[in-house]
Design a protein around this ligand. Structure first.
Ligand code: HEM
Length: 543
C-alpha cells in the first residue's frame, strides 16, 4: 500500500512537471515565433536569436554595467550598440519578461499616454507597488475608481494651493540647511542623499498627513518600515528568482506593512474622531476623509468608525503619497547639486539670480520666500537647472500593458502591435537620444529658458521632455516637486560649495567590479525609483 501511494505521488509529480515543462516550451516557442514574425514584417529590433531571443544581448549589456545599475539604462545602452536602430523597437526577454516594446520616441509615447488613447498600467506596476501600498493606490488604480480618487486629490496639488504651502516647506528646508551647516563644521564625508530623503519625507508628511514627521530630527519606525519595503519591491524578475521566492522576503513585506498600517490607521482614526465635520483643509488625509463624510451626509449615515473598504483605499493612498512624494524629489535634489557642483558657470548664474530676486543676504531667503511665495515664479534659471537635471537624470519611467486592438505608429508609418507586450516609455532613453536633443550629454540649463533668452538651436522638441509624463496619468505631484526643488536651491545654493566624494568613498569601501555607467560614477541605482548610487557621498564647505 505504501509503495502504491508513493508511486502514485511520484507519477503525479512527474506528470505535473512534464505539463509545466511542455507549457514553458510551448510559450517560449510562441513568443520567439511572434518576434520572428514582427522581424519579418520589418519592425525594428536588435538581432534576434531564435533560442534565446534578446537574453544574450541583455546579459552582455548587464556585464558591462555595475551590478546595481538601474534597469532604465537598458534602452540607451542598446541604442549605443545599434546606432541605426529606430527609437521604438521590440525586445524579447521571455521568460524574464513579457515581450517589450521600448519607446524612446516622443511622438510614439504621446500616442499611448494621451487622454483619448490611454494604455492601462502594466501589471508589473501593481506587483511593484504591492509591498509598499497594497495596490489600492492612485498609481495602480484604473478606470472610474482611479478617476474618483484623482479628482478628489487634485485640489491638494494645484498651483494655487502650493503657494500657500511655501512657508511650511521653507520651515523644513531651514532644518535641512542647518543640518548641512552642521556637516560643514564636522568636516567629514557624508551621504547627501540621507539628508535629501529626510527633508523630502518631512515635507510630504506635512502636505499629505498634516503631520510633522520630524525624520530630520530622529528616526521614525513607520518611515523606516516604508524605506525598508523598497528593498523587497519587484516589477518582475529583476531581483532574481531566489530572492523573489525567499520566505524572508514575504516576512519582511508582512512585517513592514504591519508597522506602517498601525501608524497610519492611528492617524486616520484620530483625525476622523476628533472632527466629524468636513474641513476646508487640502491635505491628502482631509480630502479623503471629507469624501467619506460627504457620503455619510448624503446617505444620512452615522457609521461611528471608518468602514473597512474606505480604510483599505485610504491607507493605500496615504502610503503612495508618502512614498512617491519623497522618492523622486530627493533624488532630484541630489542630482541638481551634483550637476551644479560640476558646472561652475551654471552655479554662478543661479547664485546671481538668487541675489537679484531674493536679496544679497542668503540667510534671509527663508523669510523673503515665506513672505512672498510668488517670487518663486521669478526664478527662470533655477527652473531651467531643475528641468535640465530631470532631463539628464530622470527618475521614473512609464510601463503600460499592450492591448489587442492597440497599435502604435512611428514617423515612418510603421505599425507596432502592442498585444501581450510591456509597452515601456523609457524616459532615460528618450532624454539621452541625440535625435531629440542637441549636445545631448552636456548640462545646458539654457535649453529651458524662455524663448527670448534661449539660443534657437537648443529649443526642446515638443513632448520630448517628460520626466513627470504628460497626459491624464502624469504625476499629480509635479507642482509640489517643482516648488520644493526651487525652494531647496534658493535656500542652499549660495550657502555651500559641494564636492562629490566618490573617490574617497571607494577608498574606504573598496567596491568590486564595474563602478561607472558611460563613465559616470554617480550613476542611478534601483531602490524604489532611480537613486544616486552609494547615497551620493560628498564633502561640503561654506561658500
Ligand atoms: C521630481 C519628482 C517627481 C518625479 C520625477 C515624478 C515622476 C512621476 C511620473 C513619471 C509619474 C507617472 C508614472 C507612470 O506613467 O506610470 C508619476 C506619477 C505619480 N506621482 Fe510623481 N514624480 C515626482 C514627484 C511626486 C510627488 C512629490 C508626489 C506626491 C505628492 C508624486 C505622486 C505621484 C502619484 C500619486 C502618481 C500616480 C498618479 C496617477 O496615476 O494618477 N510624485 N510621477
Amino acid at each position: 500500500m505504501t509503495w502504491t501511494v508513493s508511486s502514485l505521488a511520484w507519477t503525479m509529480l512527474i506528470g505535473i512537471v512534464s505539463v509545466l515543462v511542455v507549457a514553458f516550451i510551448g510559450k517560449a516557442w510562441r513568443v520567439r515565433r511572434y518576434m520572428r514574425m514582427l522581424q519579418k514584417r520589418g519592425l525594428p529590433m536588435p538581432p534576434h536569436n531564435i533560442l534565446f531571443g534578446h537574453l544574450g544581448l541583455v546579459a552582455s549589456i548587464q556585464r558591462s554595467l555595475p551590478s546595481d545599475a538601474h534597469g532604465h539604462y537598458l534602452a540607451d545602452q542598446i541604442r549605443q550598440r545599434y546606432p541605426e536602430l529606430e527609437p521604438t523597437f521590440y525586445l524579447d526577454l521571455w521568460p524574464a519578461s513579457d515581450p517589450i516594446l521600448v519607446a524612446t520616441d516622443p511622438d510614439v509615447i504621446a500616442q499611448f499616454c494621451a487622454p483619448d488613447h490611454l494604455l492601462p498600467k502594466h501589471p508589473g506596476v501593481k506587483r511593484f507597488m504591492y509591498p509598499i501600498t497594497g495596490g489600492y493606490d492612485l498609481n495602480c488604480l484604473e478606470g472610474e475608481t482611479w478617476k474618483f480618487w484623482r479628482k478628489l486629490f487634485n485640489p491638494g496639488f494645484s498651483a494655487g494651493h502650493m503657494q500657500t504651502l511655501v512657508p511650511t516647506i521653507v520651515d523644513e528646508v531651514c532644518i535641512f540647511r542647518d543640518d548641512l551647516s552642521r556637516r560643514v563644521r564636522e568636516g567629514k564625508m557624508f551621504s547627501f542623499e540621507d539628508h535629501a530623503l529626510s527633508l523630502a519625507i518631512d515635507v510630504i508628511g506635512r502636505v499629505a498627513l498634516d503631520t510633522k514627521l520630524n525624520i530630520q530630527g530622529q528616526p521614525n519606525p513607520w518611515i523606516s518600515a516604508l524605506l525598508n519595503q523598497r528593498r523587497w519591491a519587484a516589477f518582475g524578475l529583476e531581483m532574481g528568482i531566489g530572492m523573489l521566492i525567499n520566505p524572508m522576503r514575504y516576512f519582511h513585506i508582512w512585517n513592514n506593512r504591519r508597522i506602517m498600517d498601525k501608524y497610519i490607521n492611528r492617524d486616520l482614526d484620530k483625525r476622523y474622531t476628533t472632527s466629524q465635520k468636513r474641513t476646508t483643509s487640502k491635505t491628502i488625509i482631509d480630502l479623503a476623509l471629507n469624501a467619506y463624510r460627504s457620503e455619510d451626509a448624503v446617505a444620512g449615515n452615522d457609521r461611528g468608525e471608518l468602514d473597512a473598504v474606505f480604510r483599505k483605499y485610504a491607507l493605500s493612498q496615504m502610503k503612495v503619497f508618502i512614498f512617491a512624494g519623497h522618492d523622486a524629489t530627493s533624488t532630484t535634489i541630489c542630482y541638481s547639486w551634483l550637476l551644479l557642483s560640476r558646472n561652475p558657470e551654471a552655479m554662478a548664474k543661479i547664485r546671481a539670480e538668487h541675489d537679484a530676486v531674493l536679496g544679497l543676504d542668503h540667510n534671509k531667503a527663508a523669510a523673503v520666500l515665506s513672505e512672498n511665495p510668488a517670487l518663486l515664479n521669478r526664478l527662470p534659471y533655477t527652473l531651467a537647472v531643475i528641468k535640465e537635471t530631470l532631463r539628464l537624470f530622470p527618475v521614473v519611467s512609464s510601463p503600460r500593458g499592450g492591448l489587442g486592438s492597440f497599435t502604435l505608429t512611428d514617423s515612418k508609418g510603421q505599425l507596432f502591435p502592442t498585444e501581450g507586450c510591456l509597452v515601456w516609455a523609457v524616459h532615460h532613453g528618450l532624454h539621452h537620444n541625440p535625435l531629440w536633443w542637441p549636445r545631448v550629454d552636456e548640462f545646458l540649463p539654457e535649453r529651458f529658458l524662455p524663448d527670448q533668452d534661449r539660443p534657437e538651436e537648443l529649443r526642446p522638441l515638443k513632448n520630448a521632455w517628460r520626466p513627470f509624463e504628460i497626459g491624464p496619468r502624469a504625476c499629480i505631484g509635479t507642482e509640489l516637486a517643482m516648488t520644493e526643488l526651487k525652494i531647496v536651491l534658493a535656500m542652499t545654493a549660495r550657502a555651500f560649495d559641494l564636492a562629490e566624494a566618490f573617490s574617497e568613498w571607494d577608498q574606504v569601501h573598496k567596491p568590486k567590479g564595474v563602478k561607472t555607467v558611460d563613465g559616470e560614477r554617480a550613476y542611478q541605482t534601483q531602490l524604489g525609483s532611480a537613486h544616486p548610487v552609494d547615497g551620493f557621498p560628498v564633502r561640503l564647505a561654506a561658500h
